[in-house]
Design a protein around this ligand. Structure first.
Ligand SMILES: Cc1ncc(C[n+]2csc(CCOP(=O)(O)OP(=O)(O)O)c2C)c(N)n1
Length: 955
């Protein structure tokens, strides 16, 4: 012992022991117990000392730092707790070295060489400074016992530091110590610490990496020359992505992955399509040529080249693999949940319960990953039973800039990947100029996902050689960065030189790879030149599982409505009875039990079918026709309004029972899933699910319709326009509780007007039904129709229990179908002085008041579907009332609801009818900023007033 006194050492020792060393000492102690000679002499002495007097058996409690050691295994002697064994310099060295090693595992990435441009100043970190552990300049060459940590039994400080720096602080920085699962952590540590940088890939792989890099580089150069001034969001500066993806595919193929679904943004997309997915070059080139015949699109509006998806089959490692890149809008990161939904649907279809055959791969930009809330929302889905896909591989092309914004202005956390730590994903930061390291971490990520079914992130730090797009001048905003980039060799140049220096390739071989690839590009360029027509790719939207779905069309009302949606009365009764029968031995809540009894009686009579029963009958009948049904949304299994009870919870065991899954053997599956409290991610997921599962009825329910606007991007960019932009059909259903019931501005409106404004080209169906039977038909039509369109339904709240809002089996049985308009059968035409057109809940308010007042000359005609607008049916329903006055009555303020949408459409019908006054009157709330008042008394007054107005006849 040198200058330190035993006391001071003991004080230090305690802090060491208290803090992070106890697991190490425990492990060491176990080693010692097995074989005393397996630890250094210092430690032998220390543990012997413990045995002689640490008081272990004094009160049967191990000392504080040995708490996790099995006390019975400790040496048992009579004891004197005062006589601690002496701490030696060697032991202190071990402890300090161990603490330092641990800190490198936690913080090493902070001083790693991750930035190819070297712009980011990384001046070390105090916690990885040996001085922080009381190691001085004279301590570097003394052997330290570290018990096989880092593979050394004994090592000098110098050796330890060398190993730590090469492992944690060179071109790979690993963040994994935030992971709580010891197995995952140990796996990463073992793989990272036991692979020297030079051993990461084989020489054959090196040559393949060079080839991939040359191709990635040549591809962008070719486009740059041939189509200069065209936006392509090139990959220059981030080319290592391509060899990394290629290596990932090989690894995935070894793991027998059959399909990879990609989601990616603009950057590098064309290169991924061409060089990874194998999309023919000429089909990409034609998109640059602008010689497309504007009338030649067989369908749809088309989209810009860097949004388009593609799917194809490749042979990788001797196995076929299906690669699919999903079309996406500009809205960064919005594709993420859609990809996950697609993957989940495909996994479900092929029964990939382990989620190992179909995997999701998302490629992100650094600014978008850090900035877009949807990233966090989507990560949050990763572990949830109803949404997990067995882990997504995330690859961030971290070019250290977002358009013109530098990282200090785009995030508060050190890394753009930090949000992924919330789900304990490991993060591999890697320098993009070290393609071998990039390839290696991509492989590690693939293995990690396979082993642990967890999300994993590769954060490739690189740069963007040109501006945000190729016509942008980056030096306006980042002059220093762009000066450094101008002086910086390309990754291809750097890596070529490396392999030349290693003697792995010759200059001639390198040239020959480039020549061959460029010749192919040139050939395909010439093909593209000849494609004067339109360069359209094969329209492949209705192959495979979609083959029995008809291409989209302008949905002809009659054809669409008359889709076979009715079922036999016997079947309705069978489903109903089974859905409301409690299996023996289950403990159902007594109140629910009473409800079920009442519902069984209703089913027996076939009359008085309420809303949720209508829904259950629709679902049950589809299941028996072999169409799975998936419903997800906040609290949807019970139902926000306690109306659905699709899942019964055993009151003793909390076991779940889904009655609709017990109808008949061999039926399709009903998945009903309470979602996380998020809108955009869940709706995006369900939309994605619907894209990959045309025969499943996929429904998303908002808690209240008001909250759906948290998913506005998904509604605008995917649901309403995906078909027309990308030729991808979806039969997704959105259920949006809606209605003016005095619950305030945020529990009232499904924002009908927003959806109606999005309608065009028969893109969706929008409805507000008033009867359970019509709801039954409209849900079934989603699957029985020969094409697929999203359906948006304003669903009721108080009508769920309204005595009049009921149907009979006869309205669902033979010869019935969906009614887009429900005429008023009760009012005789010649006497009718006014026709009130309305939709949804207000119909029942009007009906009640009309009955109360005994009015006989006002007809109530219900518009059950807004879009496609049922012009013909409305014409027929209004025909008997040519001399009447026509009123549109809605609960919403004038600037909301359906008025703006209907005004001129109604007028057109009335003109065609030749009625006297062809302009319909508006009755509803006056225009307002908020959807509804928050004051109940005011709501009641407003509602009373509008009903009174609607029924007050004027001449
Ligand atoms: C939601 C959204 N907001 C803004 C934009 C406009 N925009 C397109 S690319 C881009 C920068 C993205 O930066 P980053 O994610 O780092 O990717 P990079 O372009 O650098 O590859 C921006 C702001 C967008 N497309 N989507």
């Amino acid at each position: 012992m040198t200058e330190m006194t035993t006391d001071s050492i003991r004080r230090n020792e305690e802090s060491f022991l208290f803090r992070t060393n106890s697991p190490f000492i425990e492990a060491l102690y176990r080693t010692y117990l097995n074989d005393h000679t397996a630890v250094s002499a210092d430690w032998q002495e220390f543990f012997q000392g413990l045995g002689q007097g640490n008081g272990l058996d004094q009160d049967d409690r191990p000392p504080f730092w040995l708490k996790r050691v099995d006390a019975s295994a400790a040496p048992s002697t009579s004891a004197d707790s005062q006589s601690s064994p002496e701490i030696t310099q060697g032991m202190l060295d071990s402890l300090r070295a161990l603490m330092m090693i641990r800190t490198f595992r936690v913080r090493g990435h902070l001083i790693a060489n991750l930035d190819p441009l070297g712009l980011e100043r990384r001046n070390g970190h105090p916690e990885v400074d040996p001085a922080n552990y009381n190691f001085g300049p004279n301590d570097y060459d003394r052997p330290i016992f570290i018990n096989n940590v880092l593979g050394f039994e004994w090592a000098t400080l110098r050796q330890i530091l060398e190993r730590l720096r090469s492992t944690y602080c060179e071109t790979v920085g690993v963040e994994f110590m935030h992971i709580q699962d010891p197995e995952q952590k140990a796996w990463i540590q073992e793989r990272v610490e036991n692979t020297k940088p030079t051993q990461r890939i084989t020489n054959d792989q090196r040559k393949k990496v060079l080839k991939d890099l040359i191709e990635a580089d040549s591809f962008e150069r070719f486009l740059h020359v041939k189509y200069s001034g065209e936006k392509r969001f090139g990959l220059e500066g981030g080319e290592s992505l391509i060899p990394a993806l290629q290596a990932l595919l090989v690894k995935a193929s070894e793991q027998e992955v059959e399909t990879i679904v990609f989601g990616t943004a603009h950057r590098g997309r064309l290169s991924i399509l061409a060089n990874v997915l194998g999309k023919p070059f000429h089909t990409i080139f034609t998109k640059f040529q602008h010689n497309q015949d504007p009338l030649s699109l067989p369908y749809g509006s088309g989209d810009v080249k860097y949004h388009l998806g593609y799917s194809g089959d490749r042979e990788i490692g001797g196995r076929p693999m299906h690669l699919s890149l999903t079309s996406n809008p500009s809205h960064l990161e919005s594709i993420n949940p859609v990809v996950l939904g697609k993957v989940r649907a495909q996994q479900t279809r092929i029964n990939d319960e382990e989620r190992k055959k179909i995997i999701s791969l998302l490629i992100h930009g650094d600014a978008a990953f850090a900035g877009q809330g949807l990233v966090a929302e989507t990560l949050e889905l990763s572990g949830l039973k109803g949404y997990r896909t067995g882990g997504t591989i995330h690859f961030i092309i971290n070019n250290q800039i977002g358009f013109t914004t530098s990282p200090p202005h785009s995030r508060s956390s050190p890394y753009s990947s930090d949000i992924a730590k919330a789900i304990q994903a490991p993060i591999f930061h890697v320098n993009g100029d070290d393609p071998e390291a990039v390839v290696w971490v991509a492989e590690l990520a693939t293995e990690f996902r396979r082993l642990f079914s967890q999300d994993v992130v590769v954060d490739m730090v690189c740069y963007r050689r040109y501006g945000h797009n190729e016509i942008d001048e980056p030096s306006f905003t980042q002059p220093q960065m762009y000066k450094a980039i101008a002086d910086h060799k390309t990754t291809r140049q750097i890596y070529t030189q490396k392999l030349l220096d290693m003697g792995l390739v010759t200059q001639e071989e390198v040239q020959s790879i480039a020549d061959k690839y460029e010749a192919q590009l040139q050939k395909e360029y010439e093909i593209a030149q000849q494609e004067h027509s339109n360069g359209l790719e094969k329209v492949d939207w209705l192959g495979g599982i979609w083959s029995d779905v008809k291409p989209p069309k302008h949905i002809e009302d009659e054809e669409d409505n008359n889709a076979l949606t009715n079922v036999s009365i016997e079947l309705l009764r069978e489903i109903g009875l089974k859905n409301f029968s409690v299996p023996e031995g289950s403990n159902i809540h007594p109140r629910l039990l009473r409800q079920l009894e009442a519902k069984r009686k209703i089913i027996e009579s076939g009359e008085g079918i309420d809303w949720s029963t209508g829904e259950a009958l629709a679902i049950g009948s589809l299941l028996l026709e072999n169409n799975p049904v998936r419903l997800s949304g906040q609290d949807c299994s019970r139902g926000t309004f306690s109306q659905r009870h699709a899942v019964w919870i055993d009151q003793e065991t909390e076991e779940k029972y889904i009655p609709l899954n017990h109808l008949r053997k061999g039926q399709a599956l009903f998945q009903v899933i309470d979602s996380p409290l998020a809108e955009a991610s869940v709706l995006g997921f369900e939309y994605g699910y619907s894209l990959s599962s045309p025969h499943t009825l996929v429904m998303w329910e908002a808690q209240f319709g008001d909250f759906a606007n948290g998913a506005q991007v998904i509604i605008d960019q995917f649901i309403s326009s995906g078909e027309i932009k990308w030729l991808r059909l979806s039969g997704l259903v959105m259920l949006l509780p809606h209605g003016y019931e005095g619950q305030g501005p945020e529990h009232t409106s499904g924002r009908l007007e927003r959806f109606l404004q999005l309608c065009g080209e028969s893109n969706m169906r929008i409805a507000n039904c008033t009867t359970p039977a019509n709801f039954f038909h409209i849900l079934r039509r989603q699957i029985r129709s020969d094409t697929r369109k999203p359906l948006i339904v304003m669903t009721p709240k108080s009508l769920l229990r309204h005595p009049k809002a009921v149907s009979s089996f006869n309205e669902m049985g033979p010869n019935t179908h969906f009614l887009p308009v429900i005429p008023d059968g009760s009012v005789k035409s010649p006497e009718t002085r006014r026709v009130i057109l309305c939709s949804g809940k207000v119909y029942y308010d009007l009906l009640l008041e009309r009955e109360k007042q005994g009015i006989q000359d006002i007809a109530l005609v219900r518009l059950e579907q807004y879009y496609p607008f049922p012009h013909k049916q409305l014409f027929e329903a209004l025909k008997p009332y040519k001399t009447a006055q026509f009123v549109w009555c809605q609960e919403e303020p004038m600037n909301m609801g359906a008025w703006s949408f209907l005004d001129r459409r109604l007028e057109k019908v009335l003109i065609e009818l030749g009625v006297d006054k062809s302009r319909p009157f508006y009755i509803g709330r006056t225009a307002s900023a908020a959807t509804a008042t928050g004051v109940l008394s005011r709501h009641i007054a407003e509602q009373k007033h509008l009903i009174a107005q609607a029924l007050a006849l004027t001449s």
